[in-house]
Design a protein around this ligand. Structure first.
Ligand SMILES: Cc1cc2nc3c(=O)[nH]c(=O)nc-3n(C[C@H](O)[C@H](O)[C@H](O)COP(=O)(O)OP(=O)(O)OC[C@H]3O[C@@H](n4cnc5c(N)ncnc54)[C@H](O)[C@@H]3O)c2cc1C
Length: 387
């Protein structure tokens, strides 16, 4: 990607370039060992903290970098080009920061955002439940008012950053059935809550290695009333849907980053690998695969940047974010498979990184709203429009 084409201001451009250098110099040399050991990237996360990445979306007055959505998404693309798992450390953390920055009370903002921005606290989102993630309005975890506190009971599933994270946005039912009965809470992992806020064993995953994803069970977990985001019950569904608009732009950017890694590695390999007396890039069948990959990556980037620009103008972007994620994630599954094909037999082994890209790609079609659900979101948004 040529940053000159993007008309970034000097500060945003410097941030994207800094992360690009970090990926090139520090992530790419260490990623294969971390991936295959399924090891949490402690040293890289510490560097991300030093670079201020935990506070990317946090307003400057609360200690963050205050990046707009376009720059935020471009950073996610760069990180994912190095290793998608690094983006996973920051993805749901960013949604928690967004929920507090946009919907939190002033005391919630000043209590949590500076510590989230510095990376002292690392966040996650606890939305999905064992009975289903797509039907958010049907979720069953309850938050019962008890004096000046709420008591949470229920189970969450597939929660990323449970083990290394320390604070979660938890969506629970405070009222009746349906979306209007949901509220969002900030819940901190503390030693006192260890018996009532229980992390399950890490799930064994196809990809997204290094990060722990597990269940999170609430068994009479007591939190102060001040943990209710915005201080008003029944707002949780709208708040989390707003967070998912950001999440979907972020996932689209991650998909572009992984597809770009597949393209760049495949291009280098296709120039080196010689068959029938010439580099394979000169065989039209291989050249055309690379051409399709490059074209679709550019198209996907335009889609996520357009969605981000709309969000930066303060407009609703559920349609654009859904389109960007739908297209970019589907494109990424195609591009990573082509990456393996271009590498021939070696692509099917761990001698090259393309096998990792291929294993990471399917998460993009499932996480933050499956592509089936996104098609429904897009169709509904189209139905709202004038012809
Ligand atoms: C590695 C990983 C990390 C994750 N991290 C987090 C996290 O940090 N926090 C969090 O809250 N969640 C997280 N998730 C959960 C993820 O968001 C859910 O898996 C996803 O939303 C789908 O929910 P589900 O798995 O329950 O599938 P289901 O909702 O059971 O859906 C199963 C299938 O049916 C389809 N389907 C369901 N309803 C419809 C419909 N109405 N029309 C058409 N098709 C439909 C779905 O598209 C899907 O193909 C993570 C998941 C994974 C795999």
């Amino acid at each position: 990607m040529d940053l000159d084409d993007l008309q970034l201001g000097p500060e945003r451009r410097a941030m994207v370039e800094t992360v690009r250098r970090f990926v090139q110099r520090e992530v790419r040399p260490s990623v294969r060992a971390l991936e295959h050991a399924d090891a949490y990237p402690t040293a890289l996360v510490e560097r991300m903290r030093e670079l201020g990445l935990f506070g990317m979306g946090v307003p400057v007055e609360y200690g963050g970098l205050g990046l707009d959505t376009q720059a935020y998404a471009l950073v996610f693309e760069e990180l994912s080009r190095g290793w998608m798992s690094l983006a996973g450390v920051l993805g749901t953390h960013g949604i928690l920061c967004h929920l507090l920055a946009r919907f939190g009370t002033e005391s919630q903002r000043s209590e949590w955002l500076p510590r989230l921005a510095s990376g002292e606290l690392r966040g996650g989102l606890a939305l999905t439940e064992p009975e289903g993630g797509s039907d958010v309005a049907a979720l069953r975890t309850t938050a019962r008012r008890d004096g000046d506190a709420y008591v949470l009971d229920g189970a969450k599933q597939f929660i990323t950053n449970t083990h290394e994270g320390s604070v979660f946005a938890v969506v629970a039912r405070t009222g009746g059935a349906g979306a209007g009965g949901l509220s969002a809470f900030v819940v901190v992992k503390t030693p006192e809550r260890a018996a009532t806020l229980i992390e399950g064993a890490p799930l064994k995953k196809l990809g997204y290695k290094g990060l722990k994803t597990s269940s999170l069970t609430f068994d009479g977990c007591r939190v102060p009333e001040g943990c209710l985001i915005g201080g008003e019950e029944g707002r949780g569904f709208a708040q989390v849907m707003s967070g998912l608009e950001l999440g979907r732009i972020n996932v689209a950017a991650r998909a572009v980053g992984v597809a770009r890694a597949a393209l760049e590695d495949s291009l280098a390999y296709a120039k080196e690998r010689v068959t029938f007396g010439k580099p394979i890039i000169e065989h039209q069948a291989i050249g055309h695969k690379l051409a399709d990959m490059a074209t679709e990556i550019a198209a996907a980037r335009h889609l996520y940047l357009a969605a981000a620009a709309k969000r930066d103008r303060g407009e609703r972007c559920d349609l654009e974010a859904a389109m960007a994620k739908l297209f970019a994630s589907t494109m990424c599954t195609r591009a990573t498979l082509e990456g393996i094909q271009i590498h021939g037999g070696y692509g099917y082994t761990d001698a090259y990184d393309v096998e990792r890209y291929y294993r990471d790609a399917p998460l993009f079609t499932v996480g933050e709203g499956t592509n089936e659900i996104l098609r429904t979101v897009i169709a509904r948004a189209l139905a709202r429009r004038d012809p």
